[in-house]
Write a protein that binds this ligand. Sequence first.
Ligand code: FAD
Length: 502
Amino acid sequence: MSKPEHIVVVGGGTAGWMAACLLNHAWGEGEQPTRVTLIESADIDTIGVGEGSTPYMREFFKRLGLAEKDWMPACSATYKCGISFPEWSTKPGFESYFHPFFSRMDLEPAADFFRNCNLRRRGQRVSAHPDDYFVAAELARQKKSPIPRQAFAYEHDYAYHFDAGRLATFLKNYARERNVHHVIDNVLEVITAEAGNISHLVTQNHGELAADLFFDCTGFASLLMGKTLDEPFISYSDVLFNDRAVAMPTPLDTSKPIPSETVSKAASAGWMWRIPLTTRYGNGYVYSSQYLSEDEAESELRNKLGAEAEGIEARHLKMRVGRVSQHWKGNCVAAGLSQGFIEPLEATAIGLIQFTIEQFIANFEKGEFTDAQRQGFNDSVNKAFDGTRDYVSLHYRLNSREDSQYWKDNREIAKTSASLTHLIEAWKQGEDFDAALAVEKSYQIYMRPSWYSIFSGMGCYPDFEESVPEYTLSAERARRLCHRTAKKFETHQASWLMAMGN
Ligand SMILES: Cc1cc2nc3c(=O)[nH]c(=O)nc-3n(C[C@H](O)[C@H](O)[C@H](O)COP(=O)(O)OP(=O)(O)OC[C@H]3O[C@@H](n4cnc5c(N)ncnc54)[C@H](O)[C@@H]3O)c2cc1C
């Protein structure tokens, strides 16, 4: 395989440093090592948010050979069992649900769960709320970490919360220690050559910077892929209305057990996140500017946080929601906010960055570039984006809130993809849902437990007369099973000390 000689990554946010670390790890050693340079501006801030991950991020650290004790303390990181969604649904008994990371330890109770969901949506009143059937939900309820006291014989899934600024600094140090060249400067101009390739960058203080491959990690500016190469941007604004956020950190009392879940609570025109780190909470409100002003959003968030937020400054952010149509064009690859963004409801952005870079490396190593090969890469990244968009948008489609026009419009006028429409209809009509998932496999990326959890968790079942008794036996058995398994786990603080080798 012939490696690129010199790669320039533009941008020093999470995406830029993830790209620099992974590219340098793949090609930075051995015969004819690739030179990796990262250039970032001192004048343009990173977005500075993005504090929750999916389980996929564990692969990122494993690939770099980093154990949790190597990076978690430096990033104020905590363990994450999943996400709870309070107040998205108003259906009695379904006012909140937990989207768990599914593991082998769930196999037995989950079998009952799938069966009960299918019975219930076909009219039998069995208890089928996801919170009863997954160990991760029980762990979150008990504020326990997903790390068992004694390791299981198999891997099980969990994810992380972390301080975004500290993670970028940690990755910067890691990359610089491994010979990634770091330049602090502004890119003033991007110069293209024949066939639309980028030939070099013009910088403010370092002259021209040439390379054979460029990574655009310039955030929402999308300086290389969007502004220079003019790659069309496909907006998701007709599917996902939220285009603003306001963020505010608050103190966390470390003398109490640290929660192991992200809370994503519905609000008047969007939802509010609460993410526990070891040093503080990250809080924020993601909303739509069509329905709420900046001031209104900030005051709603402040009201929710109460005394905790007194004297704390709020950061207001704009979000461009959608994706570029190609993520790899000529000798340029876009990763991070420059390639697109799905609002952060399921904390998927960093996973998409990782997927893009890993897919690129794997494709490049196959060599022999053809348009078909590049197209294959772009198709797989687009599927990851569109599939994530569909799953995220389902939270809005299934909401049953009547308290504002925002929630009604999210049910009634927001666009739904054909693939997602098929899944919603199949669920509601009592059709074979697993068969529908198999049909939509080429458009969707979430797994079966996630689909069943969201439909059932939002209470997407036929109505019953209150007098019809609910059959709860298998739910009680599942709860007991989850409770028993949860005894094998510790509080967050105890597992953290264990992981740090104390
Ligand atoms: C409200 C909100 C919540 C989020 N929550 C999550 C979450 O929970 N989980 C998750 O996975 N993701 C989340 N994200 C997304 C996540 O924050 C980003 O995907 C991630 O931080 C990557 O950002 P980035 O590196 O692409 O861009 P940025 O952080 O914006 O970095 C851009 C970089 O480009 C540089 N740059 C720009 N122009 C130039 C120039 N001309 N010359 C030189 N340098 C330049 C800047 O200096 C900066 O270093 C969230 C995003 C938002 C908006």
